[in-house]
Design a protein around this ligand. Structure first.
Ligand code: 2P0
Length: 324
């Protein structure tokens, strides 16, 4: 009747940025991510005939009907899919340890934790592949948050074949990601809209054509623990994603002035021999890949440049876990 799950966010190194099927959230490209230890969502899913109405609480605050719509639609879709009792009501309590809607992928951990707690509460006995497919119906990036470490979401061609799998769930690798919070406010262009607009770029198809070779190259770099290659491929994928945004018609960008300041800082640090690389998602925040050894120096350079911005030092996080 009741189950609780924790899922961590993930940040894509080879980006997902376009759908082949909107309803099933089938992607146009495969992607590779790193699951992070520092950001996660805990979700409790309860269903019972004793409940009087459906309810969704986020960090103890009851969400309005409008705020709950995406979550309610998702649960109703899943109940239909598994032929579950539609007359029962459900109550969802989520605790988000991720800044919501700020390009730090809160929907990834949110829908992965929701899919897992839902499935467990109904004793559906789903394996991780099935859970990954279920999470995908909530949010594309949630597909990858079922697994820890390095994860590949193979785009597939239909609901059965589009799911994530682990590349290496416990990498023995000194690899860190500094999440620099430039602006944690609600973003103006949602990911779903942004990725739709991006497809109007004349460069979009060219980018897609490179997807499989980028995936192969990153998997090789991961297998060899080759930081330079991993960083270069990740930075390029982020640049390509933001380039198709800028070159769409009309063009748009998630960058803010401080985003560009941080890109320049990463270039300067590299010239000084401090190896680091950036990646940026659907928001102005910048994530910097580096080793733990270099992280102190990079953090102090960021504070020198931008003053007292919040920086979270993250490393590899685990896959979905059941709590209680
Ligand atoms: C990613 N992003 O691969 C890409 C890179 C943001 C930039 O997936 O519409 O919330 O739910 O599938 O997963 C963010 O978009 O979009 C995202 P939907 P999602 O992580």
């Amino acid at each position: 009747m009741k189950a609780k799950a924790r899922a961590h966010t993930n940040i894509a190194l080879v980006k997902y940025w376009g759908k082949a099927d909107k309803a099933l959230k089938l992607p146009l490209m495969s992607s590779i991510s790193m699951t992070l230890d520092a950001f996660y969502t805990d979700t409790e899913f309860n269903h019972s005939q004793d409940l009087e109405q459906d309810a969704f609480y986020l960090n103890e605050i009851k969400q309005t009907r409008q705020q709950s719509q995406r979550v309610f639609n998702y649960i109703n879709e899943l109940r239909k899919k598994f032929n579950l009792d539609q007359n029962e009501h459900f109550e969802i309590r989520s605790y988000n340890h991720v800044p919501t809607s700020a390009g730090l992928a809160s929907s990834a951990s949110a829908f992965a934790a929701l899919a897992a707690s839902f499935a467990k509460s109904y004793d559906l006995n789903l394996d991780k592949t099935a859970l990954s497919r279920l999470a995908r119906l909530g949010s594309g990036s949630a597909t990858r948050s079922i697994f820890g470490g390095f994860v590949e979401w193979q785009k597939g061609t239909n609901d059965e074949t589009s799911f994530a799998k682990a590349i290496d769930e416990n990498p023995d690798w000194d690899l860190h990601m500094l999440a620099v919070e430039v602006n944690t406010g609600q973003k103006k262009i949602s990911s779903s809209i942004g990725m739709q607009w991006a497809q109007k770029s004349p460069f979009y198809q060219t980018w897609l054509n490179e997807n499989q070779s980028e995936i192969n190259a990153l998997k090789k770099a991961i297998a060899k623990h080759d930081f330079t290659n991993l960083g270069e491929i990740s930075e390029q994928s982020a640049n390509e994603m933001h380039a198709v945004n800028l070159s769409a018609n009309p063009g748009f960008t998630y960058f803010e002035p401080d985003t560009l300041e941080l890109i320049n800082l990463v270039h300067t640090l590299r010239q000084q021999g401090i190896e680091c690389y950036y990646t940026i998602d659907a928001g102005p925040n910048v994530k910097i890949l580096c080793t733990l050894r270099n992280s102190k120096e990079i953090i102090s350079a960021i504070h020198n440049l931008l003053g007292n911005v919040k920086i979270v030092n993250a490393s590899f996080g685990p896959g979905v876990q059941y709590l209680d």
